[in-house]
Structures are given as C-alpha cells and as structure tokens.
Write a protein that binds this ligand. Structure first.
Ligand code: HEM
Length: 489
C-alpha cells in the first residue's frame, strides 16, 4: 500500500509513521475514539494508520464523512474481510459479512421491509397505535414492576441487567412473536453477557489485523466465539419451531415473513439474486442482535445521566407531569409535546457517542477523497465520536447540556442542530433500525421517568468512564429507584 503508485493529481495520505509488524497499534491504544480524534487534529479529516500490517483510513468531520458515505456512497459501502466478522452468524451476517453488493442490497431491503411491517402493524387493542408501541408500553410496565420488586428485595439494582431483558423482549416480540420472563435463564444469560461481542468487533481490535494474534489463547476471543455459538443456537431453535408451525395464511412475526419470502421466491422464476434460504432467514439473527444491544446500551446510559444530573431528571419529570399527566402511560403520539425529553435523548447520543465508530467500511474500488488516493479494498473507520465532539460545531462539547438543542424559549427542538449528531451512520449502510430505535428510546424513557426516581447508592461514586467497544458500555454498577409518590403529583 505504501509503495502503491499514486495516480497523477492525487496525493498520498498523511498519517503517523508505523512501526514494523505492529504498525500504529501503540498510538491507537485502548481508547481509539480519543487517540484517533487527536490524530485528526494533526493530520486532517482523511488520514491513514496501520494496524499490524494492514492500512486503515480514518475519516472525521461531518462534511468529509458526508462526501464519502453519501456522495461517493457506492465506493465506501463495502465491509472489510476481518477475522472477527467471519465468526458472526457463521459468516452470514447482513451487517458484518462481505456479501457482494447485489446480495447485501437484496437482504437489506428484505430486512428493512420486514422490520417496518412488523413495527407499524396494528396493536391488539385500539389503545395502541401500533405493535411497537404495544410491546414497549407492556415491557415498560413490567420493567417498573420488576425494578420495584428488586428494590424491595435487595435495596439496589443493576440498570443494564434489567433494561436489556425488557428491550430484548420488544425485539423478540417482533422477530419471534414471544416474550421471556425476567428470570428466564436462557435469555438472561444470552443478553447480559454480550459485552465481549462489542469489545471484539469494535474498530481497531488488533486480532483482526495481526493474524498471529488469532492463534494466541485469549479469554475475550473464546467468550466471543461462545456468545456467537449460543446466539446462533438460540435463534436456530426458534427458527426450526417456526418452520414446523409455519402457515402461509397466518404470518405471525418477522421470522414467518422471512420464511414466507423463501417460499414465494421458489415460485418466482425471474428472481435474479441468488440467495440461500439460510441467508434469508438468517437476517432475523442480525435484527435480534442489533435490536437489543444498541437500545439497551442507550437506555442504560440514560439512567446513568439521570442519576448524574438530578436537576435534569426533575425537569424531565416535570415536563411529563405537565404534558402527559400522571394518570396514563405516555404514548408515541406524546413525543412532539416533550421537547426537553427529545433534547435529552439527542444530548445523550452526542455526549456518550456510545457507538463511537460505525461498523468498519471498506472501499469497493480505487477512489479518492479530498484529493487523496485510496485503493480498492481499504478498511475505513468512521469516527462518529469526533463528529459529536468537534469544538467548531459544539460549544463546550464535553459538557452535558440538553438545552443546546432547544430554542431560546425552550419550547421547540432545533432540528438542524439535532441532525448534526451522528450515531446511526450515514448513506448506504445507515442503520435500518433508526426509526424504531428513536421511538423505543423515547417511549421507554418517558415511561420510566414518569414512574420512577433514580438515585446513586450513598457513598458510591458514579463511574461514567466508557469501556471501549462497538457499543461502549458503562461499568456495571448498582443504583436505587423509588416510585414517584402520590404527594409529588
Ligand atoms: C447498522 C447504530 C438500533 C439494525 C448500524 C450502524 C450504526 C447503527 C452506527 C452502522 C452504520 C455503518 O456501518 O455505517 C444504531 C444505534 C441504535 C441502533 C445507535 C440504537 C440506538 C438498531 C435496531 C436495529 C438495527 C433497533 C434493528 C432492529 C441495524 C442493521 C445494521 C445497522 C441491520 C446493518 C446495516 C448494513 O450493514 O447495511 N446501526 N443502531 N439497529 N443497524 Fe443499527
């Protein structure tokens, strides 16, 4: 790569000098979102590092990322062939595999339409506008009951542990038409031990770039493989049950609708993209995985911010009390009337940037960006954390201040400011669950803030340092919650 001929008129990429064998691994360190942001100040929006023997391009700055992922979308839409990606979903993941463009596009379209139809489907009672709302409201109520029970029994609770089960149940409802009890050991052990997944697939894991490391014993890697195997088994069992009870005239959930697609396709002789049934039904694996880890991480961070900023927690409660009241559960239709909650969520996404990099991209052909030459098959990291903390865009970026997204009188959200926050990626690979995610984070938060008051444990300082990964988590901790009392109403 370093000796590649640069076409005339284009420049060679800037970047730190790599060491033999390990490249820039030491400079990248254990918090790549900070080290690569610091490097962007020195080398600019497009620069090159080397991880092991492999060159990686790092993109920063809203405009540069927009140019690459939107204006030159096709050229930057690939996924790199990384060791850890091959272990996910038997190498057949929609989000992580190196599927050819045609196959990936067809799968993405299918996943998107299945998600859309099962989230917007009518609820079982007229009280709810859609299935998504019904699932979230019911799981929100269970969550509150569960936290109350745990508080009475233990005096404290682990926020991530309980939130992740509730969120997993919403996506289980849509994908598999079922929910699990908070004490169900199979689901609990699967979803609460998912930390290693994010740690291994986060941008810059040296084992992905230095082949020798793949052969060394590593507990994290072993657990990563174990999680993938257990995850596939869990989904496979449910998929087999669906095949056994599938009825064309009664499509119950996303799994059924994907099976149905396979059946229809067998009758369609004109179908031009060749895909195995496994690749189609396997989409549900991606939807389930992406659907619980991201949203539960967002909600768990939300609770940490509520506790860290009690005055903000009170303002959110007051807004709910004023605009929704305390006699009914908040609904999706209340969202436009709760600007402070909306601003809180935007600030949570920006400040935590808990998905600091998108999933790594890869160039699909020789290209150039900002005058620099980038060859085909180059791995590309997109630094979302840098976009969300750029001092030119954000005043005092390290302070947590939801008001930055509100109009001066506090009654409206400034949409243009909100659009500058980057957490769902951009362009062709942009997250397909964004609408569901934004609605789900909003509604769960509205429900819990209306009913519960969260506090720290006396004498236990709050540790907000993120642990690096694809989704960054806060350290597991214990908090307290009390029911909002009648006299507060
Ligand atoms: C991809 C963020 C929730 C499904 C992504 C990407 C990001 C992201 C950054 C990678 C974009 C890229 O590579 O450029 C988030 C955040 C969420 C969330 C912050 C919650 C707050 C969800 C949900 C689902 C979902 C609920 C589905 C139920 C997917 C899928 C992809 C993806 C399938 C892969 C798309 C592709 O490679 O073509 N998401 N996501 N996400 N997301 Fe999400």
């Amino acid at each position: 790569f370093f000796h590649t001929e640069i076409p005339e008129g284009l420049r060679r990429l800037p970047g730190p000098k790599p060491l033999p064998i390990i490249g820039n691994v030491l400079e990248v360190g254990s918090r790549p979102y900070l080290s690569l942001t610091a490097m962007s100040k020195r080398y600019g929006d497009v620069f090159q590092i080397q991880i092991g023997m492999r060159p990686v391009i790092v993109l920063s700055g809203n405009e540069t990322i927009r140019q690459a992922l939107i204006k030159q979308g096709e050229e930057f839409a690939g996924r790199p062939d990384l060791y850890s990606f091959r272990l996910i979903n038997d190498g057949k993941s929609l989000a992580f595999s190196t599927d050819q463009a045609g196959v990936w596009r067809a799968r993405r379209k299918l996943a998107y339409s299945a998600l859309r139809s099962f989230s917007t489907l009518e609820g079982t009672t007229p009280e709810y506008s859609c299935m998504l709302e019904e699932h979230i409201c019911k799981e929100g109520e269970y969550l509150i009951k569960q936290l109350n029970t745990v508080m009475k029994a233990d005096g404290s609770f682990d926020p991530f542990h309980h939130i992740v089960i509730s969120v997993a149940n919403v996506i289980c409802g849509m994908c598999f038409g079922r929910r699990y009890d908070h004490n169900d050991q199979e689901l609990v052990s699967l979803v609460t031990l998912s930390d290693e997944f994010g740690q291994v697939v986060g941008s810059g894991n040296p084992a992905d770039f230095i082949p020798a490391l793949q052969f060394l014993p590593s507990t994290t890697m072993k657990r990563f493989m174990d999680i993938n195997a257990r995850f596939s088994q869990f989904v496979q069992k449910i998929v087999s049950e669906h095949y056994a009870t599938y009825d064309k005239d009664n499509i119950r959930d996303i799994t059924d609708s994907l099976i149905d697609h396979c059946e229809d396709r067998k009758l369609d002789e004109n179908s031009n993209v060749q895909m195995s049934d496994e690749k189609i039904v396997g989409i549900v694996n991606d939807l389930f995985g992406a659907g619980f880890d991201t949203i539960s991480t967002a909600l768990s961070w939300s609770v940490m911010y509520l506790v860290a900023y009690p005055e903000i927690q009170e303002r959110l409660y007051e807004e709910l009390k004023d605009k929704v009241g305390l006699d009914r559960t908040p609904l999706l239709s209340d969202r436009p009337n709760l600007p402070f909650l909306e601003a809180f969520i935007l600030e949570l996404f920006r400040h935590s940037s808990f998905l600091p990099f998108t999933i790594p991209h890869c160039t699909t052909k020789d290209t150039s960006l900002n005058g620099y030459f980038i060859p085909k098959d180059t791995c590309v990291f997109i630094n979302q954390w840098q976009v969300n903390h750029e001092p030119e865009t954000w005043k005092d970026p390290s302070s947590f201040n939801p008001d930055r997204f509100l109009s001066a009188d506090g009654t409206e959200v400034n949409r243009l400011e909100g659009e500058k926050v980057m957490v769902f990626g951009m362009g062709k690979r942009r997250c397909i669950g964004e609408v569901i995610a934004r609605n789900e984070v909003y509604l769960f938060l509205a429900i819990i803030v209306q009913k519960l008051h969260f506090h720290t444990m006396p004498g236990e300082p709050l540790d907000m340092t993120p642990e690096y990964g694809l989704t960054m988590k806060h350290k597991r901790c214990h908090l307290r919650a009390t029911m909002r009392m009648r006299n507060e109403q």
